[in-house]
Design a protein. Structure first.
Length: 101
């Protein structure tokens, strides 16, 4: 005696309500973003009486591949490095030295 297999119904998920909800959410977010008001801060910037360049607080000492020394892009002899740096450091106590090789 043979048994015939029963027919099985394929369960389908109905996605039309899901699509409806997605469109409703899309419309909701599009409408609510138009109601958002941009907040701005009005800042009063200080104005300078005269334009002057602020002095640099860093003294840059460059040493290139040929062992030539430059202090703030000016070539300096090796024997004059110490006196040049002392002169620049005397002008301001807040300066620092950056050595780049």
């Amino acid at each position: 005696m043979r048994f015939r297999p029963k027919k099985t119904d394929v369960d389908n998920i109905d996605v039309s309500p899901l699509i409806d909800m997605v469109f409703i959410l899309l419309i909701f977010f599009m409408v609510t973003t138009t109601f958002v008001k941009d907040m701005k801060l009005d800042i009063n910037r200080p104005s300078a009486a005269s334009a002057s360049k602020a002095g640099s607080k860093v003294i840059r000492v460059y040493i290139d591949n040929n062992a030539e020394v430059y202090i703030d892009n000016q070539p300096v002899k090796v024997w004059a490095i110490q006196s040049k740096l002392r002169g620049l450091l005397r002008s301001s106590t807040e300066k620092s030295v950056l050595v780049i090789s």
